[in-house]
Design a protein around this ligand. Structure first.
Ligand code: C2O
Ligand code: CU
Ligand code: CU
Length: 480
């Protein structure tokens, strides 16, 4: 099945000819380095944003502090931070600090870790990030719609000693389904989509705007933090004429390596930090292409070299390794092992697989709100109370989870409160010491991950395609 009509990115239909590119460029390159105040006050409220670019109609969005994405939250590794969230929406909300290992009460899952923040109320998130790296924050209440209307932003936890690069920049990528008037299309929670690829949109923004080009200088070394804040769109990014080196995945440093086939595979909620040596020619433009979906490739932006002579003749001769984060190494010998099988979704011909009888005779699938299951159980919604944990671990135990995707669809599987080491994919060892909080699974993939269950509380494990999460691809794991 294909959602072709929905997934084509119509940059040109949205970007009228003659729009002021200079202005767009000036607005788009928001600085990402800032003083780190360790205190934030963030208001969630409706507003308008120029997603499609200036000269196009504005889009009504829900935003943090009036911008889409919300402000970059800069924190320092190992230093306490307080973030006050004020809810000026007309519905409950919460904020989840995706990928940050924090106390359970700060995890932002309504009904599971905190009561929802009611309209007009505030909640203070207090956390001390143990890991440096690229993370993000997003609503975890009515998630499909609140994230789909813009409630998300990046978190950068600074290393204690800064890394040697000329520029540290962040591209927050998000996918929107816009009408021809640049309104956010209605129809969140479409059951047909929920059982397939989810709500893939038609306009991809970079730091809140469809991007024609991003200015760079020849010879400079850039640390580029990529965040996929989409509801459902998987990306495979290629940088024409450049060789990005992956230095961290989901905020966690790995052995520096070039991606397979030069494509950076970025599922929803994933982050990849790359180091890019700008070895192109002054004055030239190089496209950044996303060709994940067959026949639907588009270019995200262009690296636009200024006319200035190269900053240096040869690439910077500094190490690419980031300092390790303190996540504990699981003991694979004593680890307990569990399987979690992902089931459901649509097959060709409109049948659901693997769902028969799972609900004890209840109606699964198209009519019942659940399209997916984990080990035969469908938890739907956002994580509201009443979910019994699928597994309980003794605190401090090493755990190996074998995630089996029995479905015909891709799933970025995310676990709260921990980072896991990705051990194997379809029995082959995964190289480069990859620690992640979200692992992208292809149809039929089996992936083994390992972690130390050292953070007490009830933690969600779910697919980060939002339609999948809210229609059953979700469970709770308890660390007691
Ligand atoms: Cu970023 Cu439970 O999610
Ligand atoms: Cu999370
Ligand atoms: Cu999924």
């Amino acid at each position: 099945m294909n959602t072709e009509s929905n997934t084509r990115v119509s940059r040109r239909s949205l970007l009228q000819a003659g729009a002021s590119l200079a202005l767009i460029r000036a607005l788009r390159s928001r600085p990402v380095r800032a003083d780190v105040p360790n205190g934030y006050r963030i208001v969630a409220a409706p507003t308008r944003a120029s997603l499609a670019g200036l000269g196009n109609p504005q889009t009504e969005v829900w935003a943090y502090n009036g911008t889409v994405p919300g402000p970059v939250v800069h924190l320092r590794q190992g230093e306490p931070a307080r973030i006050v969230i004020e809810n000026r929406l007309e519905q409950d909300t919460t904020v989840h600090w995706h990928g940050i290992r924090l106390p359970n009460a700060m995890d932002g899952v309504p009904g599971l870790t905190q009561p929802p923040i009611k309209p007009g109320e505030s909640f203070t998130y207090a956390l001390t990030p143990p890991d440096a790296g690229s993370f993000w924050y997003h609503s975890h209440a009515n998630s499909l719609e609140q994230l789909g209307r813009g409630l998300a932003g990046a978190v950068v936890v600074e290393e204690r000693v800064p890394v040697a690069v000329d520029r540290d920049i962040l591209w927050f990528l998000a996918d929107w389904r816009l009408t021809s008037e640049a309104h956010i299309a209605s129809g969140f929670g479409n059951q047909m989509e929920a059982a397939m690829s989810g709500r893939v949109g038609n306009a991809v923004t970079l730091n809140g705007m469809v991007s024609e080009e991003e200015p760079v200088r020849a010879g400079e070394r850039i640390r580029l933090r990529l965040v996929n804040g989409s509801l459902a769109r998987i990306m495979a990014l290629r940088f024409e004429g450049h060789r990005p080196v992956i230095v961290a995945i989901d905020g966690q440093p790995c052995e520096p390596h070039e991606p397979e086939g030069g494509r950076l595979l970025l599922g929803p909620a994933m982050r990849i930090d790359v180091v890019l040596d700008m070895q192109g020619e002054p004055g030239r433009r190089y496209r950044v292409i996303d060709d994940f979906y067959d026949g639907l490739s588009y270019w995200l932006t262009q690296l636009a070299y200024g006319e200035k002579p190269p900053l240096r003749r040869h690439p910077l001769d500094a190490p690419l390794n980031l300092p390790r984060n303190p996540s504990p190494d699981p003991d694979l010998v004593t680890a307990e092992r569990h399987e979690l099988t992902l089931q459901g979704g649509m097959m060709g011909g409109g049948t659901m697989i693997g769902m028969g009888g799972m609900m004890g005779g209840g109606m699964m699938g198209m009519g019942g709100g659940a399209a997916w299951a984990i080990n035969g159980m469908s938890m739907i919604g956002d994580g509201h109370a009443g979910m019994e944990p699928a597994l309980t671990f003794q605190r401090g135990r090493s755990v190996v989870l074998s995630l089996r995707n029995q479905t015909a669809w891709w799933h970025p599987m995310h676990f709260h409160g921990h980072s896991f080491r990705v051990l194997t994919r379809n029995s082959a060892p995964v190289p480069h010491r990859q620690w992640q909080d979200t692992v992208l699974m292809a149809p039929r993939d089996t992936v083994e991950v390992a972690f130390v269950a050292d953070n007490p509380g009830d933690w969600m494990l779910h697919c980060h395609v939002m339609d999948h999460q809210v229609s059953g691809l979700m469970t709770v794991l308890r660390v007691a």
